[in-house]
Design a protein around this ligand. Sequence first.
Ligand code: H2U
Ligand code: ZN
Length: 352
Amino acid sequence: MTKLNINETPHRRYNPLTGEWILVSPHRTKRPWKGKSEQENIQDKLQYDPNCYLCPANIRANGIKNPDYKNTFVFKNDFAALLPDSGQDEFNHKNLLKAQGVEGTSRVICFSPRHDLTLAEMSTEEIKMVISLWINQTRELGQKYKWIQIFENKGAIMGCSNPHPHGQIWTGSELPNEAKKEMKNQGEYFEKNKTQLLIDYAKIEQNEKKRIVAENSEWMVVVPFWATWPYETLLLPKKQVARLSDLTKNQINELSNILKIFLVKYDNLFSISFPYTMGWHQAPFQKENSEYWTLHAHFYPPLLRSATVKKFMVGYEMLAEAQRDITAEQAADTLKQLSEIHYKLNRNRENK
Ligand code: H2U
Ligand code: ZN
């Protein structure tokens, strides 16, 4: 029998959070590539855009005027995907046609009044205000809803409608699919081992040091062993914490530091404002103990080889299972080597 070499031979890796497998084909990275490599449009963005619906004091699509906010700003999504009073009735026809009403709310969260910034270019103090916003929203919405999904779609390639730095919060009375999978797997692991799945995983990463992109006293960012997207990362606490609303002062400080560092690295990878979808997974707000759940954030960037070469989840991925070529270890190594100084600052220095 051939011995498995995860750096060379095709294999599948297991994602213990979702219970799903992914196909890794490291030998394919040797194949010739004739893709284009583009230069980013270096045009500087406006600090204030009179046509932006998120800039302070501007009018939104439905005629409401934004306040002249100075730090962060939250408002109910004018085109909310979930509504608070839609009812939770169930429909079931022969156990084949099933539906259920879901109640919830959708909010838009602006990270900064500055139209031209992103989290990567904001200061750690400014990032801390975004963290406070995430925490306060979690506290408030957790009183009413089971699942609080905080996320950010960044970049036009991810379907983001506006470059103004912003994210969203969708909450619901039912647990969505990803939440259910993570709840089941973390719950079963805790029952069996009396320790948390992701805290044990963080210890393995700490020992192996093969997939860590950045770390400090409270957090680490890894390309998870089971990553699907080429430069996917997982942001993990080193000590158990179930929700954003339970973070200590030190965890908050260090969170703003690590976000700054690794988001700058992301931008530096292809010298562009790096597109991704990111989101927090925190323990559902249910009555039971939430000790089994470790707070974490997923970052899913779509890019593969350059500013414009995107990985598509099609063909085998849609019909069978996710697949990647570069290994998690190679991706982590590339990200780790990148500078912690934003490429735009370097460019400004060079121009002086
Ligand atoms: P993205 O993060 O994917 O760009 O979505 C922005 C959200 O902003 C989107 O869900 C909302 C859209 O419904 N929006 C408003 O609430 N008011 C507006 O005036 C325009 C967009
Ligand atoms: Zn704006």
